[in-house]
Design a protein around this ligand. Structure first.
Ligand code: ADP
Length: 685
């Protein structure tokens, strides 16, 4: 018998062959899962007594005939009568395919794993497709359907004794790759590894007399009862770890697992694993595999689980995730939303449970967990609320605290005069060693915030915590990290201050994109003579711009790095320098200073007299005098600077002190570093 398939366009096969070109391989998944479905239907019928015959061997078999250029998928399931072929293949399957094409013409790659193509996908790789089938129904006649890709098909009776269906694909020349045994093995392993009915691809091979020899044993490619389909009570940690290795053969054992099992309001099973994390988000991603009734769909689960959960590994299996829709649609699907928040909750519950029951284990694994948990807190408000109870702060001494515990710890000693709680932190324990030491010596605790997302986490916590600020240990001199009283009054005179500032200003090195400003500070005599700091605000803006970029942020990124060079006026070395400076320079500087003083008095007087007057009301002579005075002022200051510079140059300790400060901040590099080393050696001669 001949017939016409009800498709509107004359020949849509060429279109579908081009379309989804890169994903031709899904045809095998579709055909094998049809075979598995037909087999399971038969098992169901047998279990309710509607099928009374022998089930026999139900293995689904895949075979390749390279000579005939065919791939055959055979099952011993329910089969089809000729009428059923008419109905299911000619009408339903094809209309489904047509609808599919219509819907996704422009958006093919957006569909998850290209579900919904079904049987029709066979034509993506075949020039002719054949169905040979015998229904389980008593008295059925076997039927053979052939179609070469035109809307025309041939449907006849045939001789076939075995119940079930064989789909024979006559592979077209463009798709010869699929006739390679290795290719089929690869696809079966990818898509069919956990199907619930045994799938055989040829026979097992044995190494005998220097070559591979086929045995009688079927080469079963799947595990029909993977761990996630079993009851959690039947499984031990070792079983979960073994399954993890099945999924990711090259990976280290995971930290722990979560078995998901939901019946209502949606169906979902699966096992998620916390992997041992490297401190890099990108390496982690895209390891969760999505299944639909044990058929592999995709390992790109964005949009289905919250972004931070894509850092987990494992399997999610749900028939309730709509798979024949585009990704943008997925996120708004109500089932997907429920699934996503369910998984988030489960993950948080599991973490909370481990934290509660085995805090030591939780702390031991903290370094691997923290990136994941912090990512979750930053991107998912609900998760933040749950995580607040178990997330840990780790300080520079490797001790762990909950938020509450830490607050209690620092409350007493780290509250500033405005009543704000100051959280001190370092992001590089090595490089900031001296600052950390200084803070600890003052009785402060210092957190270690050296993770990939910690810049953002710090900003988040500042917004969440009441009256609290995070201050990096090197953002100010230790006296001012936590301001408990007003700054002490300076004991130096104005001219001493000027002389001392100028002494260091004249000797600051010229570094690319780095600017320094000198500030005089009354620290303790045992604090370092010079300390370099970088303000919290500017540094954060720059860090943010480095990770985000764009707009206002890139403006900050372009600015030079600003550092403050704090001169400890209480340090004996600084006191000595100031003393020497006064001794040697006073004679020359004093007259210049009084000259400058006179000049500025006159300038001020003139400016005061001009105040409120219009430009044309000011006598020309006075205007000229003002210009001259200002010029003289600049010139006098220049002379003063020269005197001080001369002195500074004659004091190698000025450069030496600056270099030491740079060195301890990791800013002394290149030629400046070489010069420092040379100078240091010379002083030892
Ligand atoms: P779907 O599987 O999504 O229903 P398909 O296009 O893959 O769509 O298949 C259409 C129909 O053809 C199936 O619903 C089933 O009734 C029938 N069918 C396909 N393959 C087989 C098979 N191997 N054995 C029995 N029936 C089959």
């Amino acid at each position: 018998m001949k017939g016409n398939i009800g498709v509107t366009s004359d020949n849509i096969f060429p279109i579908i062959k081009k379309f989804l070109y890169s994903d031709h391989e899904i045809f095998l998944r579709e055909l094998v899962s049809n075979a598995v479905d037909a087999t399971q239907k038969l098992k169901t019928l047998a279990s309710v007594g509607e099928f009374k015959g022998e089930l026999g061997d139900l293995t689904v078999r895949v075979s390749v005939n390279k000579k005939k250029k065919t791939i055959t998928v055979t099952d011993r399931g329910i089969g089809m009568t000729a009428d059923e072929i008419e109905k299911y293949i000619n009408q339903i399957a094809f209309s489904g395919a047509e609808e599919f094409l219509d819907k996704y013409k422009d958006d093919a790659n957006a569909i998850i794993g290209h579900f919904g193509l079904g049987f029709y996908s066979a034509f993506m790789v075949s020039k002719e497709v054949e169905i040979q089938t015998l229904s389980f129904k008593e008295g059925s006649k076997a039927a053979r359907w052939v179609c070469d890709g035109n809307p025309e098909y041939q449907l006849d009776e045939m001789d076939k004794a075995e119940r079930g269906t064989s789909i024979v694909l006559h592979i077209d020349d463009d798709n010869k790759d699929f006739l390679e045994e290795a290719k089929i093995t690869e696809l079966l392993t990818k898509y069919c590894k956990f199907l619930p009915i045994p799938v055989a691809f040829g026979k097992k091979k044995e190494w005998k007399d220097g070559k591979d020899v086929e045995t009688d044993e079927d080469n079963i490619i799947n595990d029909t009862t993977p761990a996630w389909t079993r009851k959690p009570s039947e499984l031990k940690e070792e079983d979960y770890n073994k399954f993890y290795r099945d999924l990711y053969p090259m990976s280290e054992d995971p930290l722990f697992s979560i078995h998901l099992n939901v019946d209502y309001p949606f169906h979902l099973t699966g096992i998620l694993y916390f992997p041992k994390v490297k401190n890099n988000i990108e390496l982690q991603r895209n390891k969760i595999q999505l299944y639909c009734n044990q058929v592999f769909v995709t390992d790109a689960v964005e949009g289905i689980v919250p972004d931070f959960l894509t850092l987990l590994h494992g399997v999610i299996d749900s028939p309730d995730i709509p798979l024949n829709v585009s990704r943008s649609y997925l996120q708004s699907d109500s089932n997907v939303k429920k699934i996503s928040s369910h998984i988030t909750k489960k993950v948080a519950d599991r973490l909370q449970e481990i934290f509660k029951n085995d805090r030591a284990q939780f702390e031991a694994k903290w370094d691997s967990l923290r990136l994941f948990i912090i990512y979750g807190m930053l991107t998912d408000e609900k998760f933040y609320e749950r995580a607040e109870k178990f997330v840990l702060f780790k300080n520079t001494e490797q001790k762990c605290f909950t938020f509450e515990e830490y607050k209690t710890l620092i409350k007493e000693n780290q509250t500033d005069k405005e009543g704000s709680l100051i959280y001190l932190y370092a992001n590089d324990a090595e490089n900031q060693h001296s600052y950390i030491e200084a803070a600890r010596k003052k009785g402060y605790d210092v957190l270690l915030m050296d993770g990939q997302l910690d810049i953002h986490w710090v900003s988040q916590l500042e917004q969440k915590f009441e009256k609290s600020r995070f201050v990096r240990v090197d953002s100010d001199i230790v006296e001012r990290l936590i301001r408990k009283t007003d700054d002490p009054q300076h004991q130096l005179t104005e001219s001493q201050r000027q002389a001392l500032s100028a002494l260091f200003e004249t000797q600051l090195p010229a570094l690319d994109k780095i600017e320094f400003s000198v500030s005089l500070e009354q620290m303790t005599p045992d604090a370092p003579p010079l300390v370099i700091t970088q303000s919290e605000f500017m540094r954060r803006m720059k860090e943010m711009s480095a990770t985000q970029g764009g707009g206002m942020m890139s403006f900050y990124g372009e600015l030079p790095d600003n550092y403050t060079l704090s001169v400890n006026t209480a340090h004996p070395l600084i006191e000595k320098l100031l003393h020497d400076e006064e001794q040697i320079c006073a004679e020359k500087v004093a007259p210049i200073e009084s000259e400058i003083k006179l000049l500025s008095e006159r300038v001020e007087a003139l400016k005061a007299a001009h105040k409120g007057k219009k430009e044309e009301e000011i006598p020309q002579a006075e205007k000229e005098e003002l210009t001259t005075l200002e010029k003289q002022q600049t010139e006098a200051k220049q002379r003063q600077k020269e005197v001080i510079t001369q002195f500074a140059v004659s004091q190698p300790s000025v450069r030496q002190l600056i270099d030491l400060a740079l060195l301890s901040t990791n800013l002394l590099k290149g030629e400046a570093l070489s010069r420092f080393v040379k100078r240091s050696v010379e002083t030892m001669l």
